[in-house]
Design a protein around this ligand. Structure first.
Ligand SMILES: [Zn+2]
Length: 214
């Protein structure tokens, strides 16, 4: 029997290097609430054509579905388009805000159960890979030894790396630590595949854990 290929209007995603829609919907909703629907359309218009065809600006959250995987290229492309459309000058603050909104929404849904078992940075470290794998289909997470008020995570085997996805992941982890009571005084990327390193390393330091055990 001869099988014929069936074409699809939706481009296929890479075999690895994808992000689950549930992790980005909160950020999309936040952007629309804060900047308006016209801004969301402007962001879509700023996307490269090959990425623009993968989103649906007339649907809620650009048609992103919680359970579906989306390429890092698309997620990064949406962030870049938002920044370009809104002429954002402080990219770090902008990405921090979007990541916080995305994390806050996931805490009301699928991530809540996972974080209930990980209410301190120390216990969070033990479940870092499990929580990461809720949203990513690749990437080996290693929490490196550090001082009690510090957290350094290394990401290896993380193909299709996108610089903006890396930045958003760092900001999402910042937000998770804040939810555990940490008052973050330093958060930075020490190493990044986008800078030529073999792995990415995100570092956090906090001044206290308000009302929580370490
Ligand atoms: Zn990176």
């Amino acid at each position: 029997m001869i099988r014929t290929a069936v074409s699809s209007a939706v481009p296929s995603t890479p075999s690895r290097g994808n992000f689950r829609g549930s992790g980005v919907i909160g950020a999309l909703q936040h952007f629309e609430t804060r900047y308006g629907r016209a801004a969301l359309h402007a962001a879509v218009a700023a996307m490269p054509p090959e990425l623009r065809t993968q989103v649906f600006p007339n649907q809620p959250s650009l048609g992103v579905l919680p359970g579906r995987l989306y390429s890092y290229a698309l997620i990064g492309g949406i962030m870049r388009a938002m920044i370009a459309a809104m002429k954002v000058t402080d990219e770090d603050a902008f990405l921090r805000e979007l990541a916080a909104a995305g994390m806050d929404l996931t805490l009301t849904t699928v991530n809540r159960a996972a974080l209930n078992y990980a209410m301190t940075p120390a216990s969070y470290s033990l479940r870092a890979q499990e929580i990461w794998s809720l949203y990513h289909d690749s990437g080996n997470v290693t929490v490196l030894p550090s001082k009690p008020n510090e957290y350094r995570v290394q990401l290896a085997d993380w193909p299709a790396h996108d610089n903006y996805v890396c930045r958003v992941c760092m900001e999402s982890r910042r937000r998770a630590l804040e939810h555990m009571g940490a008052v973050i005084i330093e958060a930075r990327r020490e190493r990044c595949q986008g800078w030529g390193h073999d792995v990415c390393t995100h570092f956090f330091r906090w001044s206290s854990l308000s009302g929580r055990a370490r």
